[in-house]
Design a protein around this ligand. Structure first.
Ligand code: AMP
Length: 551
């Protein structure tokens, strides 16, 4: 019998928590109940504006009608390429009400990256900012399956126009309708489409996963509902709690732990466009949130603000760090600066719809005395975590191997990738590609990544994607990209290249070349030109050797 099957982590949960009360099939069910019960209650706070549950319900009904009238059918996909603005949420709920799924797209994506996602996801509709539409999205969408184009302006639904994050000026387009105008024009009861079932696809979330080009993880309504309700229940958030959306909504952590948790529980989600430490502190002061989740780098940036005081954090019941390694030193400096708040680690992946391990309420994660690694948490009741060797055999407690997860939050597979799905999620158990171990009490530690993914400020960078861009430069012969330690970002991207005979290229030129073609967090911050890159006997470039030399 499996040792992990004994689930030692259950000791951290009460009988009631272990019983896991059933949760609704979708977050939309919880949202509709909240909108009916408290239509005047604020669903979204956005600077000095926002939307009530009633307004959000009516706008998303209207947008669902707009989409349906233009041929958006159940099962279709709406790509949402927005920062944390209220229109993101209107679009999400509208797609679900129309029976479709949302493809969250990072607004930092450049043309090539966006083209891949729109085409691969076969997106029927798209919403982006007015500026992005004018800049390059219009041209990219033209050669994609997108038939319905919408824009959203970040200046809407507020009047403060905070110059630290919002750019003045509107840029309406003739060939893409404003989302709010479209929703208002089509106002009326939502389309006659059944509410989502737990097994229906809610999101197609692009992730580099364990290998290759970004693939769409199929987060079901049941996956999201489980993790969203779990956040609300386990943290015992009161009905009037405000959840601050520190993490971007286009990433699974923000989408599930913040937005979906707020909508599922009838709470208020506070949005502040994008992460800017001064704006975030002001929002804490204004909205007095009870809960937020973000990467460790965001908390470091907040702590670095000389004006941050313990009073700014006094409204928090709990703060979680997720999506990237959390150094124990950050937990301690955060505690000291915030007036005693504990920064709770949490571990998850896009493929497990955000967290699959977190620190149970009332406990603190231990630090492994040997490696100095902070535990990421324990699995929840109903979740199974095992540590496997390279052959898939279970390793004993304390031994490091691949983390494998099964439970109600694990996606059934990737969009149109049956072989990749079977390889990564055999029998419904997600092989995470992360190396970790579990102690006998059930605390999980993530020690390394099996995959070569780079984590720059919590954003994941897939080296091959950067290498592919470098290989398009006429002077580049070979390229290898690795993550190098960076005191602020956690890791930053470094490229090694060798040049074609007779060709010349300066590192600065290659950096500029990548910067033009890749999102800001992906382009290499350093480029080193070598005569030859180290390779295996079969000619494979040895990224790991370069990483060791660089680190
Ligand atoms: P994503 O799918 O973008 O959420 O990335 C998931 C990856 O982030 C995981 O496979 C881990 O490598 C990393 N990760 C997430 N949470 C943690 C954590 N608490 N500690 C260390 N690494 C983490």
């Amino acid at each position: 019998m499996s040792r992990y099957a004994d689930q030692p982590w259950l000791q951290f949960f009460t009988e009631e928590q272990r019983a896991e009360t059933p949760y609704p099939p979708s977050v939309l069910h919880g949202f509709l109940a909240a909108a009916q019960a408290r239509p005047e209650h604020r669903a979204l706070a956005y600077f000095d504006g926002g939307l009530t549950y009633g307004e959000l319900d009516a706008l998303s009904d209207g947008l669902a009608r707009h989409l349906a009238a233009r041929g958006f059918a159940p099962g279709d996909r709406l790509a949402v390429m927005l920062q944390n603005v209220p229109q993101f949420v209107v679009a999400l709920l509208a797609a679900w009400k129309a029976g479709g799924a949302v493809v969250p797209v990072n607004p930092m994506y450049r043309r090539q990256e966006l083209a891949h996602v729109l085409t691969d996801a076969d997106a029927a509709a798209l919403v982006c900012s007015e500026r992005a539409w004018q800049d390059y999205v219009r041209a990219t969408a033209a050669s994609s399956p997108v038939r319905i184009a919408l824009t959203a302006c970040e200046l809407d639904l507020q009047t403060r126009d905070d110059p630290r994050v919002l750019t003045p000026g509107r840029l309406p387009a003739d060939d893409a309708q404003d989302l709010l105008a479209a929703a208002r024009a089509a106002a009326g009861p939502r389309p006659d489409v059944p509410l989502p079932a737990a097994g229906d696809t809610a999101l197609v979330s692009y992730t580099s996963g364990t290998s290759g080009r970004p693939k769409g993880a199929l987060n079901t309504h049941g996956n999201i509902s489980y993790n969203a309700h779990r956040q609300v229940r386990i943290h015992e958030l009161p009905p009037d709690a405000v959840i601050f959306a520190l993490a971007p909504l286009f990433h699974i952590t923000g989408m599930v732990c913040q937005l979906s948790a707020a909508l599922a529980g009838g709470h208020t989600a506070a949005l502040a466009y994008r992460f800017e430490p001064g704006v975030v502190l002001d929002a804490f002061r204004e909205h007095r949130p009870a809960y937020t989740v973000g990467p460790a780098t965001a908390f470091m940036a907040l702590l670095a603000r000389p004006d941050a005081t313990a009073e700014d954090f006094a409204s928090f019941k709990l703060i979680s760090s997720g999506g990237a390694p959390l150094p124990p030193a950050v937990v301690e400096s955060f505690r000291a600066r915030s007036g005693g708040l504990y920064l709770a680690n949490g571990y998850g992946l896009t493929e497990c719809t955000a967290p699959c391990a977190s620190v149970p309420p009332g406990y603190e994660a231990p630090v492994d005395p040997v490696s100095g690694t902070l535990a990421v948490g324990v699995p929840g009741p109903g979740t199974m975590v095992r540590i496997l060797d390279d052959d898939g055999a279970e390793l004993p407690f304390g031994e490091a191997g691949e983390i494998a997860v099964s439970g109600p939050m694990v996606v059934p597979g990737y969009w149109r990738q049956p072989a990749e799905s079977d390889a990564a999620i055999p029998g419904g158990e997600l092989h995470t590609g992360d190396i970790g171990f579990m102690d006998t009490d059930g605390w999980l530690y993530v020690v390394d990544r099996k995959k070569d993914m780079i984590s720059a400020s919590g954003f994941k960078v897939w080296p091959r994607e950067v290498e592919d861009v470098l290989y398009t430069h006429p002077a580049v012969r070979e390229a290898a990209v690795v993550g190098v330690p960076d005191a602020y970002r956690g890791e930053s991207v470094k490229a090694y290249v060798s040049l074609r005979p007779g060709a010349a290229a300066e590192p600065g030129e290659l950096i500029a070349y990548c910067k033009e073609r890749l999102a800001a967090y992906k382009y290499p911050r350093q480029v080193e030109v070598l005569a030859e890159l180290p390779k295996t006997a079969t000619g494979k470039i040895l990224r790991r050797e370069l990483k060791a030399a660089a680190g």
